[in-house]
Design a protein around this ligand. Structure first.
Ligand code: HDE
Length: 709
């Protein structure tokens, strides 16, 4: 023990060192801190003193227990071990698909009762606010991937109704890639990172995806949707949601009506351009999550109308497609939408993991008065979602996690299992029983499956009515506006140009000919293929359906600045009066504003006043804004003309077809950035005109700035 002696002195100095490691006092006034030491306070919210998970007060959270000051850490340190043990197990498996998502609480309010069609209280009791949790996600990327790849968005809503949880687990596209659930693992394996190399992350532009797609003609309609700008949303607040499958509504007389569910954003649909999207992924990988967070926490609650398409069995039989085939939609022109209520998202979760990560959606969660259809894709989903929660959340008791638990009473004789939270009482754990008169019994008003009459031969078969894979793809493409068609064709060229195997590119061109000759030609030209390949074999002739303008995205945009964000770029010497009038007009139109400057500390305006900045120019490229105003002194513009962040800021806004306002001082920068006058380029002194120009993209400008397929 001789070695300990000389170190004694050091111990003293080290322990004073240890004191200097102590946590500094909180910078917040005591009044803002919760009561310390009250162990009956809930763990979140107010602060009990620091304890272990078992309630032991902890006096030192900075130093582990050592044999002596410079000595080894003792195994005895149960406080250290508990802390590290818990940390080691913080992660759970991410969702096998839809791993990246953002969620929020809100409510659904019914305005138009469907009592003629269903007994479901949530669809018949008007004026009631049913609480809900909604999670919107990408599909292919991991949980840490960027928000903005070209991808479908999941749109999952869990309503905590009086009759149990109803989960409407849909997407932002009304059709799907495949007709039968047995193909789903192959589809997902094809789109995810290639298994030998572990890339690309969150991208469909690679060989395995297009290989699978080119061998799966039923995917062609969905391919049209994913190659359109629908998969590049400007904001999660500006996308539609679709239940996709047909469901049944069943009324008090036992009569069934088919229904398709649609969520329609009150802010209208809005997308970004591909070049913009790619740049957003670098500038702000959390672009959509931040946007949703900022909107909800600032009180600008996103809202969607819930609309239904209702149709009878006889009407369905007359459709020129099978409504049980999830690769088909029912055009709104054929069965109009009826708006029945609205969803409002008004509360960001307290804790991302506890709520957004642990929320478990299952299409099999429905309420009396709603039932499934025979859609084979839906039937497969009824198994998958319950099953996957076991590996993700680790226990059959996942329904007891607060975000998953029904808010209505629930009781049965299911018992025990990992992480059982309910101290279930009594000796009776079975039903029927005679020993516990007050135990849960069957409820005659409970859920009953619709007694559909089914007949036919069993087998691994697909009905003939599922065989037409091109007519609706053609309907979608031909219903788009020219700018939308050009984006779609260019997206195909981009994606297929990333495919190394030539036969896959050719196979896709063979399919496109059945959709539209002109589309096939554009893609073949864009890919530089030597010749148009022979058309793919056809199981059914392609038919021309009446065009559906409701399928356009541009038409569903709103001429508004509501929910958008405008940047004003300033420098020392900028004209304060111009900035003030712009701010007034932009705020008046319902948009947010960010003042950007070369330094985040702000600028001194021409009249000597200080204007603080909301962000630094280099960290806030114009892809993050819906429109820009540039208010500069001559000297400021001269200086910024030599700054690539400033030149790119303006050039990208112009290239992304956005409204641009510039004052006289800004001209040098605008010229350097290649801005050419058009309706979207306005004088910053005319704030009203700028606001109007900022509401829509300048589609006519596009031919000046890029070559589209
Ligand atoms: Fe999913 N899907 N899916 N899916 N899906 C999952 O469930 C599955 C399909 C959708 O925010 C998983 O809890 C199969 C269509 C959304 O938590 C999993 C098939 C539609 C979400 C699963 C489909 C969706 C999921 C992974 C083919 C639109 C995210 C994690 C039969 C109508 C929900 C989880 C959330 C998630 C399986 C096809 C939408 C593995 C087998 C069609 C929005 O169970």
């Amino acid at each position: 023990m001789t070695s300990t002696t000389p170190r004694k002195g050091k111990t003293a100095s080290l322990s004073s060192n240890a004191k200097s490691n102590a946590v500094p006092p909180s910078p917040f006034p005591a009044s803002e801190l919760g009561p310390a030491g009250d162990l009956h306070q809930p763990l979140s919210g107010s602060h009990p003193g620091l304890t272990t998970n078992h309630g032991l007060p902890v006096s030192d959270n900075q130093n582990s227990l050592k044999a002596f000051s410079r000595g080894p850490v003792l195994l005895e340190d149960f406080i250290l071990r508990e802390k590290i043990f818990h940390f080691d197990h913080e992660r759970i498996p991410e969702r096998v698909v839809h791993a990246r998502g953002s969620g929020a609480h809100g409510y659904f309010e019914l305005t138009d009762s469907l009592a003629d069609f269903t007994t479901a209280k949530v669809l018949t009791e008007t004026g009631i606010k049913t609480p809900l949790f909604t999670r919107i996600s990408t599909v292919a990327g991991g949980s840490g991937s960027a928000d903005t790849p070209r991808d479908v968005r999941g749109f999952a809503v869990k309503m905590y109704t009086k009759e149990g949880n109803w989960d409407l687990v849909g997407n932002n596209i009304p059709v799907f890639f495949i007709q039968d659930a047995i193909k789903f693992p192959d589809l997902i394996h094809a789109v995810k990172m290639e298994p030998d190399r572990g890339f690309p992350q969150a991208a469909s532009a690679h060989d395995t995806f297009w290989d699978f797609i080119s061998l799966t003609p039923e995917a062609m309609h969905m391919v049209m949707w994913i190659m359109s700008d629908r998969t590049l949303p400007r904001s999660l607040r500006m996308i539609e949601g679709f239940g996709i499958h047909s469901f049944r509504l069943v009324n008090a007389d036992g009569k069934s009506t088919f229904v398709k569910f649609h969520w329609r954003p009150r802010l209208g649909l809005q997308s970004t351009l591909w070049d913009e999207t790619v740049k957003i992924a670098g500038a702000d990988p959390d672009y959509h999550r931040r946007d949703l967070f900022e909107a909800i926490t600032s009180g600008a609650f996103p809202e969607w109308d819930l609309a239904v398409q209702l149709f009878s069995e006889d009407e369905a039989a007359a459709f020129p497609f099978d409504h049980l085939d999830a690769t088909k939609l029912i055009p709104e022109e054929l069965v109009p939408l009826r708006v029945i209520g609205k969803m409002v998202l008004d509360r960001w979760p307290d804790n991302f993991f506890a709520e957004t990560e642990q929320v478990a959606f299952c299409p099999s969660h429905l309420v009396p008065g709603i039932d499934f259809s025979n859609d084979p894709l839906l039937q497969g989903r009824l198994f998958s979602y319950l099953d996957t929660q076991l590996s993700r959340l680790g226990s059959p008791n996942f329904h007891q996690i607060p975000v998953n638990a029904p808010t209505c009473p629930f009781a049965n004789q299911q018992r025990d299992g990992h992480m059982q939270m309910q101290p279930q009482q009594g000796r009776v754990a079975y039903e029927p029983n005679s020993l516990a008169a007050d135990s849960a019994r069957e409820n005659p008003q409970g859920f009953r499956s619709f007694p559909a009459t089914e007949s036919g031969e069993r087998g691994r078969i697909r009905h003939d009515s599922f065989a037409d894979h091109y007519s609706q793809a053609r309907l979608f493409y031909r219903s788009q506006l020219p700018a939308e068609q050009a984006h779609l064709a260019s997206a195909l060229v981009f994606e297929l140009s990333k495919v190394a195997a030539l036969p896959i590119r050719q196979a896709m061109a063979s399919h496109l000919q059945h959709i539209d000759d002109e589309l096939a030609r554009r893609v073949v030209d864009g890919l530089g293929l030597e010749a148009m390949p022979a058309p793919a074999p056809l199981a059914r002739p392609v038919t021309d359906m009446a065009l559906s303008p409701a399928l356009r995205l541009i038409g569903k945009g709103q001429p508004t600045l509501k929910g958008r964000c405008v940047a004003i770029l300033v420098n020392d010497g900028s004209d304060g009066k111009v900035i003030t009038s712009l701010k007034k007009a932009i705020f008046g139109a319902g948009a947010r504003i960010k003042i950007l400057a070369p330094k985040v500390g702000g600028v001194t305006l021409a009249d000597g006043t200080l204007l603080p900045a909301d962000g630094q120019l280099a960290g806030n490229p114009s892809v993050l804004f819906d429109a820009i105003a540039v208010v500069l002194s001559d000297a400021g513009a001269q200086m910024l003309s030599g700054e690539s962040a400033a030149v790119d800021f303006v050039r990208d806004a112009f290239g992304h077809l956005k409204g641009i306002a510039g004052d006289t001082g800004a001209q040098a920068l605008l010229t350097k950035a290649g801005v050419v006058p058009d309706d979207g380029v306005t004088d910053a002194h005319d704030a009203a005109r700028f606001v109007e120009a900022a509401m829509t993209r300048q589609w006519d400008r596009e031919k000046l700035v890029r070559t589209l397929a």
